[in-house]
Design a protein around this ligand. Structure first.
Ligand SMILES: Cc1cc2nc3c(=O)[nH]c(=O)nc-3n(C[C@H](O)[C@H](O)[C@H](O)COP(=O)(O)O)c2cc1C
Length: 166
């Protein structure tokens, strides 16, 4: 028997993650996006990452149709924007600075310390989420003094980081 939902969330709250806002476009050009922490790299060569999106997300149909998305890795002082994109607000993109990327998909250039522009490779239905893998076609890396936001025990905090050169 699996543990219940609440126990699962409590267990997973032990694992600190960064926070990324995944953006995409509807067919008519309307931007969509949501806050995520289920993001990880999958392959280095070719460069592939994955995001896990709830079936109930309003962003998911647009992502599935466009097969294009941007993963915006968020800065430590942008908890408010992460909360906004974790909501069902209709005007998310009116309340944040963004620029269109190569495929027109929004890049949150002020709130993100880095971003990855992706084209969808596969979608895999797992439980109540869809795992989306994306080939990273372009992006930007953080500067040494950039600090990512962290999600831990259901709260936002700032990562104590000491960047090392790659
Ligand atoms: C820190 C944090 C991490 C989240 N991670 C995810 C995630 O990885 N996948 C997901 O589908 N929803 C995640 N959510 C919930 C979505 O952001 C939320 O359901 C949002 O309202 C979806 O917006 P949409 O329906 O406009 O797409 C997360 C929320 C928070 C606060």
């Amino acid at each position: 028997m699996p543990v219940d939902r609440s126990t699962f969330f409590q267990i997973m709250s032990a694992f600190p993650t960064g926070v990324a806002i995944v953006t995409t476009l509807e067919a008519d050009g309307t931007p969509r996006g949501l806050t995520t922490n289920a993001v990880t790299s999958v392959s280095a060569d070719p460069p592939i990452l994955l995001v896990c999106i709830d079936r109930k997300s309003r962003t998911l149909p647009a992502l599935t149709e466009s097969r294009r998305f941007v993963v915006n890795f968020m800065r430590d002082d942008h908890a408010e924007i992460c909360e906004l994109f974790a909501s069902k607000a209709e005007d998310k993109f009116a309340r944040v600075a963004w620029t269109p990327g190569v495929a027109g998909v929004p890049i949150l250039h002020e709130g993100a310390i880095a971003h990855a522009e992706c084209v969808t490779l596969e979608e895999l239905d797992i439980g109540d989420h869809v795992v989306v893998t994306g080939l990273v076609e372009s992006g930007s890396a953080p500067r040494p003094d950039d600090v990512p936001i962290v999600w831990f025990q259901r709260g936002f905090s700032s990562a104590p980081v000491q960047p090392q050169p790659l």
